[in-house]
Write a protein that binds this ligand. Structure first.
Ligand SMILES: [Cu+2]
Length: 651
């Protein structure tokens, strides 16, 4: 039997289809319908949790035949597990027909952790007598000031006795005062280990007590002692008196010549679909899908407190799940349009994240300019469209900005901010693995690897990726001064050769070229991936994190597009031991020339911690670019008009 409330949700869901695009995220009614169907036909009772419910996106072939106001069957994938047995199931639901069409058992995996488990774990540990006693020995007796942060293990780093369980290890933090920052005071040497299926404390590791140093780890003005806020900032306001220059129709976004669809899911957060640029009356495709498919954050400190600390923020938790609401004038400035996001909790019930995605325009100084001594100056202001979202992952924030420019450039920027993990040291000691940031306190070094999944379709799906490099010509009769510079372009012919590294000495980049279309100058139309932000791993191949996520070992991977190849560190990186993602896929060595390719670009922040990053980090910024490279015949922003009455000298 299906619940009564779910029946009306099902009816509403069906009525919505006519107005929907096949790539639109699942609605609250659809999530309710899917959860009810899965509960009715497969996962009854309270002993089950939903790890996720997400849209199964239609294939490109299906999308190419779709017409507005027609209906493509909507499918959703619900990942559930039985807490009693620990078994995970993938349930495929035909949402349009309200039918469970398939169930796949996935033994030996752990699905992503859920927010419900995070909160239940915190509540459990704080109420446990062993924990209360351990903290009392450290002089902490007000458990309302304590915060317990659950982290997922890599299999090899979990205690052997617990590896077949769903197990979390926890950080313990304490606020200096009610309402103050919990991440100011790390209780080192104390690690609760929890079976989150049974919600049972398995073990409380208690290996040292260094007391609590007198740190100033507060950032909110109410808790920062003896601080006077600056008084010399005059208001800076952005006004667009005639409104914004973009339109939002459902999830379709149009701005200047750009077209795209905005999507969202629990794992990747923001997803951009069908990104194209209108040129001479036709929308030319550039990307079918852009998203972040994984983040891997290994801490580079082998000590007790940090050895298991390698976060897979996309696969273990989900950037969508961690997405926080944005507020006007704080997160985004100016004339803003927001989109809400809808996700399920671990009971399959939908909830809304209001203002999850921000859409706005920004002025970005000069687009192009020339001053002619006779004709005067021509200047154009650069404007960009920004699609952004923010994720709060416990102590850390990731701010993600996709920016679209009038000259065809796409910039993807990530800002890391929030609060670093810190650890107390014995008096007079320093750690070789971190930077001193406060009294006998250091912040361990760590790295943030982000894997962007870039399903580019440059003038259609049939593309070839070229590694492009610069080289100096040898000195000779035709190059007497050694000035000759040439470029070379080498196709990435197949997946076996697709793991590529950045090379500063050749200014290496990668060009994604159409196999069929050429520009007016005879060159293939292309976009170039400009590999800023690539970082090396400094990890031996034997390291557990490399075993789990070898994707981080190279800056670029290229694969043949396959709808089921979405997660480069595997579908289930939680408690994983080895890679089931990208290194498995490329074993097939599929040819890559003139086919539908996906680029996996690995970039990030090599975070050698600074004193200035404490107690709250000024945003650290990293980005990469996708730039048209012969995609247009000339500067496509020649037609950007001057600002009214300015920036232009009439002749
Ligand atoms: Cu960092």
């Amino acid at each position: 039997m299906i619940e009564r409330g779910a029946r009306s949700a099902a009816k509403r869901a069906v009525w919505q289809y006519c107005a929907m695009h096949p790539l639109d995220p699942l609605t609250a009614d659809e999530i309710t319908l899917v959860a009810a169907r899965v509960r009715a036909d497969h996962a009854p009772g309270d002993g089950w949790r939903f790890a996720s419910i997400g849209l199964v996106e239609p294939t490109k072939a299906a999308l190419s035949t779709w017409e507005p106001r027609a209906t493509l069957p909507r499918y959703a994938l619900a990942i559930v597990w039985n807490r009693a047995t620990g078994m995970t199931y993938e349930c495929l639901v035909n949402v349009t027909a309200d039918r469970l069409t398939g169930v796949t058992e996935r033994p030996g995996v752990q699905p992503n952790f859920t927010v419900d488990e995070y909160h239940e774990c915190d509540t459990l540990v704080r109420a446990h007598p062993d924990m209360i006693a351990a903290l009392a020995r450290r002089g902490i007796d007000d458990m309302s000031t304590v915060l317990v942060d659950a982290w997922a293990y890599g299999d090899e780093l979990a205690p052997a006795a617990y590896r077949d369980r769903r197990v979390a290890w926890c950080d313990v933090w304490v606020r200096g005062a009610p309402g103050a920052n919990p991440y100011a005071h790390f209780i080192g040497g104390l690690r609760p280990i929890v079976d989150v299926n049974r919600m049972e404390l398995l073990e409380l590791q208690d290996v040292y007590d260094r007391g609590r140093p007198e740190v100033m780890g507060e950032y909110a003005p109410a808790h920062v002692p003896d601080q006077t806020l600056r008084a010399d900032l005059k208001p800076l306001r952005i006004h667009q008196p005639e409104g914004v220059s973009f339109t939002v129709d459902g999830n379709e976004l149009r701005w200047q010549r750009w077209r795209m669809r905005v999507g969202f899911n629990h794992r990747e957060g923001l997803v951009l679909h069908q990104v194209g640029y209108e040129d001479a009356g036709h929308v030319r495709p550039i990307a079918h899908r852009l998203s972040f498919a994984e983040m891997v954050v290994p801490y580079r400190d082998p000590g007790f407190d940090h050895a298991p600390r390698t976060a897979f923020d996309v696969g273990e938790w989900g950037l969508g799940v961690m997405t926080t609401s944005l507020s006007l004038g704080c997160d985004c400035l100016g004339e803003i349009r927001y989109l809400d996001a809808v996700l399920p909790n671990s009971h399959g019930e939908p909830y809304t994240i209001p203002n999850a995605i921000c859409l706005h325009e920004e002025d970005n100084a000069v687009l192009w300019k020339h001053v002619d001594h006779h004709a005067g100056a021509e200047v154009r202001r650069m404007r960009r469209l920004v699609v952004s979202f923010h994720a709060t992952v416990a102590n850390y924030e990731y701010l993600v900005y996709w920016r679209f420019y009038q000259d065809g450039n796409i910039e993807c920027e990530v800002r890391a901010t929030g609060i670093m993990v810190t650890t107390a040291l014995p008096e007079g000691e320093r750690s070789p693995h971190g930077t001193m940031v406060d009294q006998r306190t250091y912040a361990p070094y760590h790295q943030h690897f982000i894997v962007a999944r870039l399903d580019l379709d440059v003038d259609g799906p049939d593309n070839t990726v070229y590694e492009v490099e610069s080289a100096a010509m040898p000195v000779g009769d035709d190059n007497p001064y050694g000035l000759g510079l040439v470029t070379r372009s080498t196709p990435v012919r197949s997946e076996a050769a697709s793991a590529r590294d950045y090379d500063w000495s050749t200014q290496r980049a990668w060009k994604v070229a159409s196999a069929s279309r050429r520009n007016a100058h005879g060159d293939p139309t292309a976009y170039k991936l400009v590999p800023t932000g690539a970082i090396p791993t400094f990890l031996p191949p034997s390291s557990p994190v490399v075993q789990r996520a070898p994707v981080i070992e190279h800056a670029l991977w290229v694969t043949r597009e396959a709808p089921d190849e979405r997660w480069p560190a595997g579908d289930y990186p939680t408690q994983s031991r080895t890679d089931t993602g990208i290194t498995r896929w490329i074993e097939r060595d599929r040819p890559l020339e003139g086919v539908d390719v996906v680029l996996w670009y690995v970039f990030g922040i090599h975070h050698i911690t600074r004193a200035e990053d404490w107690p709250v980090m000024p945003a650290d910024t990293v980005s990469f670019w996708l730039k048209p490279f012969g995609f247009f015949d000339r500067n496509p922003s020649l037609d950007v008009p001057p600002e009214a009455g300015r920036c232009h000298t009439p002749s």
